[in-house]
Design a protein around this ligand. Structure first.
Ligand SMILES: Nc1ncnc2c1ncn2[C@@H]1O[C@H](COP(=O)(O)OP(=O)(O)OP(=O)(O)O)[C@@H](O)[C@H]1O
Ligand SMILES: [Mg+2]
Length: 423
């Protein structure tokens, strides 16, 4: 039996989180993944996914890594790093190539070239491409093909979803991570990693929207037919609720955060109108009796605004009320009671809180929605490595190949480009 660690590092605006997966290989080379540890420390120097102070981020990431290394007892050298931010966007693109072999047999290299040509189609100077995710292929004009390898044709077209972000922001993030001595296995757009942990392939096949409600942003990833259809980051997060409570009750942010976490609810009608709290019990300087229904009204207004923004995004892609597997909520904001009910009411879709679907020896932590991105990064890494092994074996035997992650990985330039930052 051989063992190896796979690490996910989630750079959030409120916390830096690390999830550590242990891969155990049996004699027949099958691997079993178990999440053996998760750690979290408050993050400094990151706001809305962008770096405001490089030094602060370096010390937050170093702190999180130290804590993780103590937990597992071995040094961590490499991680799948999750990033978010409103500067990251998704765009559709198309790549077209001529099949290289004279006999018209489509090979993995042709698919990779088609994806590379889609990248060239879209790449503006100030953007860095994080992922090129194939949606479907056409061979000689016949569309709807998921896996063209082994087919016959002359012209291969790839329809892809490109995820890209501002070059300067992405460079700063990689620079901060490299300064801690950690190698980046791949930079992953956080909502895609979270979706990996909280949804099943069947949900992604039917049509599902994953919402990661973080502290300052909400990440959104919509899947259909098993592929990413749309991704975006909205500039509203659960910290906005805290600010609203602080302003509405004229109290500090810390007191507002305490009240939100202990008594917050997004639906006022579910709160007993006689329920009251004394602000002094939550750390306020002066005592004042406040109705919990009033607190809930403040929360409801902000959550409604968030869901209305999500609805607008779904309308843009003609999927408003049209996703059979509904909406899966995750991230810290999903822990607020009433989020599911309000989501159903505004989005007219089934709604649930998603928990990471993994084997773990720390279920109480690894299954917490705030860890879904870091755990998802480990799953992403596992899948990426599994697929690249399969592809290497297939290219040897020249058998059929599978699209998806492998191609996004081989065409991911981030690792290539930013290796230059390693001192
Ligand atoms: N039990 C809870 N009830 C209500 N809200 C909560 C609870 N726990 C955490 N939150 C809220 O979730 C938010 C933090 O979520 P999360 O840790 O997912 O954000 P992040 O990943 O650090 O930020 P981002 O993804 O925006 O960069 C905070 O606003 C916090 O108040
Ligand atoms: Mg987050």
């Amino acid at each position: 039996m051989k063992e190896r660690l796979l690490v996910g590092l989630d750079l959030g605006s409120s916390s830096v989180r690390v999830a550590i997966g242990q891969l155990t290989f049996s004699n027949d080379q099958r691997s079993v993944l178990n999440i053996i540890g998760v750690t979290e420390i408050p993050s400094c120097g990151i706001s809305k996914g962008c770096i405001s102070s490089l030094e602060d981020v370096v010390s937050s990431v170093s702190g999180a890594l130290e804590q993780s290394e103590r937990l597992v007892g071995v040094p961590i050298q490499e991680a799948y790093v999750g990033i978010g931010g409103t500067h990251i966007n998704s765009k559709e693109a198309k790549g077209v190539i001529g099949v290289s072999r004279p006999d018209g047999d489509i090979r993995a290299e042709d698919v990779a070239r088609a994806l590379e040509s889609a990248r060239a189609f879209i790449n503006p100077a100030n953007q860095e491409i994080l992922h090129v995710l194939p949606r479907e292929f056409s061979v000689d004009g016949q569309g709807g093909i998921k896996d063209p390898i082994g087919m016959q044709g002359i012209r291969l077209e790839a329809e892809v979803q490109v995820i890209q972000g501002l070059l300067s922001h992405i460079r700063n993030i990689t620079k901060a991570v490299f300064r801690t001595g950690l190698d980046i296995a791949e930079l992953v757009y956080a909502p895609l990693a979270a979706a990996e942990s909280v949804t099943q392939p069947r949900q992604r096949e039917l049509g599902v929207c994953v919402l990661i409600i973080g502290s300052t942003t909400t990440g959104m990833a919509v899947y259909e037919d098993g592929e990413l259809l749309y991704a975006s980051t909205l500039p509203i997060g659960a910290d906005h609720i805290t600010s609203d409570i602080a302003i509405g009750l004229r109290i500090s942010l810390d007191v507002a955060e305490n009240i939100k976490r202990s008594h917050g609810h997004s639906i006022p009608s579910e709160v007993d109108s006689r329920d009251q709290i004394d602000l002094k019990d939550f750390g306020a300087d002066q005592g004042e009796i406040v109705s919990l229904q009033y607190v809930s009204e403040i929360i409801e207004a902000r959550v409604e605004e968030l869901y209305e923004k999500v609805e607008e995004e779904l309308k843009k892609i003609d999927r408003s009320g049209m996703l059979p597997a509904g909406v899966v909520l995750t991230g810290g904001g999903a822990k607020l009671p009433g989020m599911v009910e309000l989501g159903k009411r505004i989005l007219h879709l089934p709604c649930s809180v998603g928990y990471a679907n993994v084997q773990t020896s720390m279920p109480e932590l690894a299954l917490d929605p705030t860890f879904s991105t870091s755990v998802g990064l480990v799953l992403w890494g596992h899948e990426a490595e599994r697929q690249s092994e399969v592809n290497i074996r297939r290219s040897w035997s020249d058998g059929k190949n599978k699209g998806g992650r492998f191609f996004s990985k081989i065409s991911n330039p981030v690792k290539r480009v930013f290796k230059s930052f390693i001192p």
